[in-house]
Design a protein. Sequence first.
Length: 231
Amino acid sequence: MQQSSRSRKAALRVRVPSRKLMILSLAIFAILPPIFFHFRLRRLQQLQLTKCRWLNDPPLVCAHGGDSSKASPNTMASYFHALQSRVDCIEIDVSRSSDGVLFALHDRDLQRLNGNTSSKVGYMNSEEIRKLSASHQSTSKFTDESILTIQDALMLTANSVRQIVLDVKVGPPFYEKKLAKDVLSIVILPKEKNNLIIEPQKFSSPSILFSSMPPLRDICNGRHSPCVCRS
Ligand SMILES: *[C@@H]1O[C@H](CO)[C@@H](O)[C@H](O)[C@H]1NC(C)=O
């Protein structure tokens, strides 16, 4: 009898710390999953930040020469079709006529229009280009394949897109001679300061980006291609 009461006491002594231990382990078990998921979530967020950052700043959809699937590139109609599709950006090819007028035109486009595979924009004057343009005019803006000057092309597109890429073609017979100045006199108000033409822009709503023309890239703050001039 005496022996069994002693053993019960001993068992009691053992049971007390085991209950504490049980509560403690229960507490740990309760805390562990939230901690685990907290770190797991943080890791996921970090992964999302590094891998999906572009989602906050998605790439722009850029129509090369307008929508050339619906009309010939760099024509009134191709720009209209692109704007109707609500593109973010339009790429405009820029070529200079023999008398120094800048057109939204590529040698390739010119050759398609006049059927002469050896014509180059630089050897034609603005009058000849305008005549060629008139022969492709139409009353509907969606079928009008006339050629635009850069001013007209910018006027048409600048308020409807976030970015315009001017792909300035350097070609014969004048190549780069005064080309940067001619382009900038249209895009940017000439405001000379230490021989550098700087902003503000005439077309301030979209950013205008230049490609394939080293002198223009140099003028835009000495940054390397592609360079964005913002107002
Ligand atoms: C095609 O263009 C070239 C270069 O401008 C010119 O010399 C030639 O006479 C043209 N050919 C025709 C058939 O008009």
